[in-house]
Design a protein around this ligand. Structure first.
Ligand code: SF4
Length: 599
């Protein structure tokens, strides 16, 4: 699209900066590179620009001499309307190249409710929606990210899935594409060869055992220290530095805690070097040390000591997200702005916290709150889940009791400092593949609402704020998380009915989804029911590293409310011990003993 035309369009849309490109740190775009890749995020610019994964992949591809990588995000409805009216294809931010003119298009799938937005973007980009309709001259459509550990619901639309760490896979795919092109290979040749790369699943080649790709050494892996800086305020407006990947706590509902194992850390020196470069290259006034559980970084204290002079000199604050109550040290967060603190006890009673293996006690919660209040915090957000396996009304009401006692504790610790602001946020439990709870049912919509109402009433009596997610979207999330190929036609039908941006409350239209399921003859209950342990699960051909035996054993322990300790130091041979290179660089450094397992 030419610039004059673009200017005219941008004058008519809300937030034109979403589409105009030219972000700080945009690399030199090698327009003549033989391999042209479009990195897409099925959500709006402000959400996409907060995602670290796409920044990593963007850097890796643009560092290759034979590849150019550009970006496209989901246009808001005003922009989409103009593109359709003027018959213009969705285009890349960098060079305005139409989506359909790229060799490969890659979607980052972070959330099941973005599946229809993928179709919306492909349609706007004039790319054929179904793999079977695409031919030699059409782009290859790929997808990666946490959702694709179960790739089947999207298999009708995605030619190639990248499962696991994408750094090496994408580099290998770019090399393969160029090699295949040079030797005169066809699209089919490329896809067949790509299917042999670790972590790649190509539906047209057929189901085979796909091993998740795992970066063995994170410290030497690429990290972007000069990422693009958004033109407008992003959801997370700060520099993000991943200090380690994976989590060893073993919460039984948590998919990320299982599918990113083993824990791989960056060294203090590497983090400090990257932090300095990031701050200097991006100009943010906050840097987030990101991971699934940041206070579990073993050298956090020396790291913060080394970072302090660098951040102080530049007036930058350090944010420590994903902090657990049992590892919270008030001094660690002193450098952060004293806003609201967020913790996730997940369940109100000790029994239920043991069932889910949260491994925190009431003592941990109250010690953490006391430290926070004594340091001057007066606003706390507490995250819980409702509908967890074995949950009773007593467990739910214990959430309100916990909040009431935290309020009382504040009055003791912070006499004369005014009111405490406590917000309880409750999401609905969604059984996810590759977790010990992958076989568990999700409670029905009516029961979700009843539980939400029960908790809402109890919290309103003690004047505690309450946030919760809609029950309909949680049901749909569960359906797609554990779905199979039959859902492809439902996604297509829902998309034809206008479903898009389903994770945005104002766009989510459950009636349209119900109609799509009905017309396709597919029942949601088939995916929210309890799955049998002997059933072949739709995702069983994917090997993420953690074995089914380990997951079954953990599920059995949950039924007895038996906890399993953090595996950093207490290895239970979850399956990752078979990934020799990664194991040597991670688990092997921490193991003090092996805990016995049945069998
Ligand atoms: S192999 Fe052992 S230490 Fe490594 S992730 Fe599994 S249980 Fe934890």
């Amino acid at each position: 699209m030419n610039e004059a035309k673009l200017k005219k369009i941008l004058a008519k849309v809300d937030k034109p900066s979403r589409y105009c490109g030219g972000e700080l740190n945009t690399p030199n775009i090698k327009a003549d590179a033989p391999f042209k890749y479009l990195l897409c995020f099925p959500d709006v610019y402000e959400v996409a620009m907060s995602n670290l994964g796409i920044k990593i992949l963007y850097g890796i591809l643009n560092n290759r001499a034979d590849t150019v990588c550009e970006t496209a995000y989901a246009p808001w409805e005003d922009m989409a309307k103009i593109l359709e009216e003027e018959d213009l294809p969705l285009f890349s931010s960098e060079t305005r190249r139409p989506m359909c003119d790229f060799d490969m298009i890659g979607f980052s799938m972070q959330y099941e409710l973005s599946y229809t937005t993928v179709l919306y973007m492909l349609r706007l980009g004039k790319v054929k929606l179904l793999c079977k309709e695409r031919g030699e001259d059409d782009p290859i459509v790929m997808a990666g990210g946490p959702c694709v550990v179960n790739p089947l619901p999207l298999a009708d639309f995605i030619d190639l899935f990248s499962i696991g760490d994408g750094e090496q896979t994408l580099d290998e795919l770019a090399a393969l594409y160029n090699e295949n092109k040079k030797s005169g290979g066809t699209r089919k040749d490329f896809l067949e060869k790509a299917a042999k790369i670790e972590g790649v699943y190509v539906p047209s080649v057929g189901k085979k055992n796909v091993r998740r790709a795992v970066i063995a050494d994170l410290d030497s892996a690429y990290f972007p220290t000069a990422p693009q800086v958004p033109n407008i305020e992003a959801v997370h407006n700060r520099a993000v530095l991943e200090i380690f990947r994976g989590c060893t706590r073993g919460c039984r509902f948590c998919q990320a805690g299982m599918i990113y194992r083993p824990v791989r850390e960056r060294s203090v020196d590497t983090i400090v070097r990257y932090a300095e470069e990031l701050i200097d290259n991006c100009g943010f006034d906050e840097i987030s040390l990101s991971s699934l559980s940041t206070c579990d970084y073993p050298d956090l204290r020396p790291l913060l000591q080394k970072l302090k002079p660098i951040t102080d000199a530049r007036r930058v604050t350090i944010a420590l997200p994903s902090t657990r109550v049992d590892s919270f040290e008030a001094e660690f967060v002193e450098q952060s702005r004293k806003g609201s603190l967020t913790f996730a006890p997940e369940a109100g009673t000790q029994r239920l916290r043991d069932v889910i293996n949260k491994n925190i006690t009431e003592d941990d919660i109250f010690t953490c709150m006391r430290r926070a209040f004594e340091k001057g915090y007066s606003s706390v957000k507490l995250y819980f889940m409702i509908g967890l396996p074995t949950e009773t009304d007593e467990d739910l009401l214990a959430i309100a009791d916990l909040a009431a006692r935290i309020k009382r504790l504040y009055r003791e610790c912070a006499t004369g400092r005014g009111f405490v602001n406590i917000t309880v946020s409750a999401s609905t439990f969604v059984p996810k593949p590759f977790t010990p709870f992958q076989w568990e049912p999700q409670i029905g919509k009516d029961e979700i609402r009843r539980k939400q109402d029960l908790l809402k009433t109890a919290l309103s009596k003690i004047r505690v704020n309450f946030n919760y997610h809609g029950s309909d979207s949680s049901v749909l999330e569960a359906v797609f998380a554990r779905g199979d190929e039959k859902l492809g036609k439902v996604i297509l039908k829902a998309s034809e009915k206008g479903c898009v941006f389903d994770s945005w409350g104002e766009y989510f239209d459950f009636e349209k989804w119900q109609a799509a399921f009905g017309e396709c003859g597919v029942k949601m209950q088939d995916y929210t029911r309890e799955f049998g342990e002997e059933e072949v699960l739709p995702w069983s051909f994917v090997d993420v590293g953690v074995t089914q035996e380990y997951l079954k054993e953990e599920r059995a322990r949950s039924r007895q409310a038996e906890t399993t300790p953090d595996c950093r130091g207490n290895c239970r041979r979850c399956g990752l011990q078979n990934r020799k290179a990664a194991f040597k660089n991670s688990c092997a450094k921490h193991i003090k003993r092996e805990l016995p397992r049945k069998g």
